[in-house]
Design a protein around this ligand. Structure first.
Ligand code: HEC
Length: 173
């Protein structure tokens, strides 16, 4: 019974959060505006703590949905390391062209939204329905809320992945 009460309270909290998010997304444009995220599983609102967007590039992404690290050599080199460090290599192959998991270089994707950097960010952050667990900090490892990719890491790994395609897709189109 206690557990039931707890889940009702949790459900109410979540719907309150979702409601806030909806209000935010129709608010008029102003400085400090943020894009709204949705998960890749069911396009449900995905709430990510804005405090995690703590670098200039991450802040810019939060405001515009564009990845400022595209074509940035230093960020791309860092993104390659993230790809190895978080075992993306093991499932997607060292060149992101597919292994157990699908290739990530496009131009077509299993989830079409991954042609955009906002879409790919949501996919990496929160995972997919069939075999890809979310890698975002606080999501990847339920036993350690400090483990996982920061938004900045995620943008860097995306910038590296985008250099691997032949189609010239940068995701910022
Ligand atoms: C345990 C294996 C595994 C690991 C580790 C893994 N992935 Fe995946 N990934 C998958 C599978 C399987 C899919 C396909 C999922 C589906 O169809 O729902 C996928 C899908 C994706 C997609 C969507 C591809 C498309 O065509 O839409 C992206 C982007 C992605 N992964 C990025 C990453 C990144 C970046 C990392 C490392 C931070 C990573 N993955 C780590 C298994 C993995």
């Amino acid at each position: 019974m206690k557990q039931l009460t707890l889940s009702v309270v949790l459900a109410l909290m979540v719907s309150a959060l979702v409601a806030c998010n909806k209000i935010d997304s129709v608010a008029p444009a102003a400085s400090g505006d943020a894009i709204s995220f949705v998960d890749t599983q069911a396009s449900n609102p995905l709430i990510i703590d804005h405090a995690l967007f703590d670098t200039p590039a991450a802040k810019e992404f939060l405001a515009t949905g564009k990845n400022p690290y595209i074509a940035n050599e230093v960020a791309i080199a860092a993104g390659k390391k993230v790809f190895g460090l978080y075992s993306c290599t093991q499932c997607h192959g060292p060149e992101a062209r597919g292994q157990v998991g699908p290739g990530l270089v496009g131009p077509t994707f299993q989830y079409p939204k991954n042609a955009t950097n906002k879409g790919m960010f949501e996919t990496i952050w929160h995972g997919t329905n069939n075999g890809m667990g979310g890698k975002g900090i606080g999501i990847m490892d339920p036993t350690d809320p400090t483990n996982g990719l920061t938004p900045d890491d995620t943008l860097k790994v995306i910038a590296w992945i985008r250099t691997k395609g032949d189609g010239g897709v940068t995701g910022n189109e």
